[in-house]
Design a protein around this ligand. Structure first.
Ligand code: SAM
Length: 469
């Protein structure tokens, strides 16, 4: 495999040492941390709070930036998506055309000390998206505690004393309030999410607040990564476990690779990206978030993803194909109508490339292994149709239903389309299961997150396919 190792700087200086202070953090201190972390100079506005003792706190809101949408792209979306999504399209359209309404997720970096960030987020009204295990004591108590931890067994090499700040146990942390959005708190009223990723932590806010991004500082690991929270769903579906060999076939800029490394410690994570500029971006992301001790496990490769099926047949336990796609959010804001029209021309050739990448992934995974295919477009041509095409060529590939596992437990946060085939008749009736309804067949082709007011995450399509043994 033509791959090269990425290198990270060996030393680590905690970005904020506030977690090592023994005194309680006051709202004033938290606000100082919050505002001193704003590199882009957002303006500050007062906001009502539901957090005890922080009623006069301030939150930052992004400055209003005017962005105009591209009419050619919007016209095509109107035509295609009103047919495919029906009633969901007008509200999805409103969200896509209003960037001020977009929500942002904050994924914490378990390799960095994050206690202070957690406090700031909770004071600002953010809450955890996934069932949570508090990783801060692991970071703060040093390597001996880490190695005896149930969750981090065998990971002592990752959490070496080089970059763990020694901290006293901190019982002053604010607890999530009773209205916290934690899943799995009330198993009687909601299906709970039972996925094996206790260390993946993402904070979300019901309002479109954007936490400031962290600038790169040499020698320091970043504490969090901002993302569309729907981007975590393909990673949850992949169910990466410790010791597995994983391929991230289309990896740049690396958000999902980072999420995988928060979820588990694979024996190997190969991050592949053929575009040289995007590969540099990927390498920078990995360098900013992962410690030096992971260098031998996380590698960057520069191949065309379509070649892995041949060059690495049957090698991987898990493969993620986060395919190049129309990217509805960004295409809608193409900088000129000309660029928009050019993109629409390219759009017609994307499903061919996507199916080739998916076939390559299905060959690169071992029998019994799984492939997750995802895109950030609502287009059925790049979603369910690609899955159908690949399945028709791969009799040993079995699509799995993600509705019960992911869509049902997370429907409080994300709006899922109940028919990710978008009501189109499947083109190959022979692929339909002998027993089972049309809706279970559609769910097995994948699930679709559709941006909606108050649940602005997405677009995100994901499908999981297991290669039969
Ligand atoms: C949607 S982006 C991936 C985003 C990434 N997974 C993340 O979470 O940050 C798709 C990527 O696929 C890359 N790509 C395009 N053609 C490819 C090919 N033939 N093989 C592999 N990757 C390709 C693009 O350069 C782009 O970086």
């Amino acid at each position: 495999m033509s791959s090269h190792m990425f290198s990270v700087q060996q030393f680590y200086v905690p970005w904020r040492r506030i977690c090592c202070k023994s005194e309680k953090l006051t709202p004033v201190a938290l606000n100082w941390l919050w505002s001193s972390n704003c590199h882009t100079g957002p303006h500050v506005v007062s906001q009502q709070s539901n957090q005890k003792g922080a009623s006069n706190k301030q939150v930052t809101k992004r400055p209003k930036k005017e962005r105009s949408s591209c009419q050619a792209v919007l016209n095509l979306f109107d035509q295609q998506y009103s047919e495919e999504l029906g009633d969901l399209w007008p509200s999805a359209r409103r969200v896509l055309l209003d960037p001020q309404s977009w929500q942002y997720g904050v994924m914490l970096n378990r390799f960095s000390a994050v206690t202070d960030i957690t406090q700031i987020l909770q004071f600002q009204g953010f809450s955890t998206l996934l069932p949570q295990m508090d990783i801060s004591p692991l970071l703060c108590n040093g390597p001996s505690t880490v190695s005896s931890s149930k969750y981090h067994k065998g990971k002592d090499t990752l959490l070496s004393s080089d970059y763990i700040s020694k901290c006293p146990p901190d019982d002053s942390l604010p607890q999530p309030d009773s209205t916290s959005h934690m899943l799995g708190q009330d198993p009687q009223s909601e299906p709970s999410l039972s996925l094996p990723c206790p260390s993946l932590q993402c904070y979300i806010h019901p309002s479109p607040l954007r936490f400031p991004s962290q600038a790169h500082r040499p020698g320091q690991l970043k504490q969090y990564y901002l993302l569309n929270a729907a981007s975590l769903l393909p990673v949850l579906a992949l169910q990466v476990r410790d010791g597995e060999k994983v391929l991230d076939l289309c990896s740049a800029p690396g958000g999902k690779a980072l999420a995988m490394m928060q979820s588990a410690t694979p024996a190997l994570l190969c991050c592949n990206e053929p575009d040289p500029h995007r590969r540099d971006w990927l390498a920078k992301t990995l360098e900013s978030f992962l410690p030096h001790s992971l260098n031998s496990r996380v590698i960057v490769s520069a191949q065309d993803g379509r070649s892995f099926g041949q060059s690495e047949a049957g090698v991987y336990d898990k493969v993620l194909v986060d395919a190049p796609c129309s990217n509805d959010r960004s295409w809608l804001y193409s900088c000129s109508n000309q660029q928009g029209e050019q993109r629409l021309k390219e759009r017609t050739s994307l499903p061919v490339l996507q199916a080739q990448l998916l076939r390559s992934a299905l060959s690169a995974v071992r029998p019994g292994g799984i492939v997750v295919y995802s895109t950030c477009t609502l287009s059925s041509f790049e979603n369910s149709a690609v899955i159908e095409t690949a399945l028709s060529d791969f009799p040993e590939a079995e699509p799995e239903d993600l509705w019960e596992e992911i869509a049902a437990p997370l429907s409080k946060y994300f709006a899922f389309s109940s028919h990710p085939g978008h009501g189109r008749t499947p083109r190959k009736p022979s692929l339909q299961p002998q027993n089972g309804t049309m809706s279970s067949y559609q769910h097995r082709l994948g699930i679709l997150v559709v941006p909606q007011p108050g649940k602005t995450w997405g677009p995100m399509f994901l499908s999981r396919i297991r290669r039969r043994k």
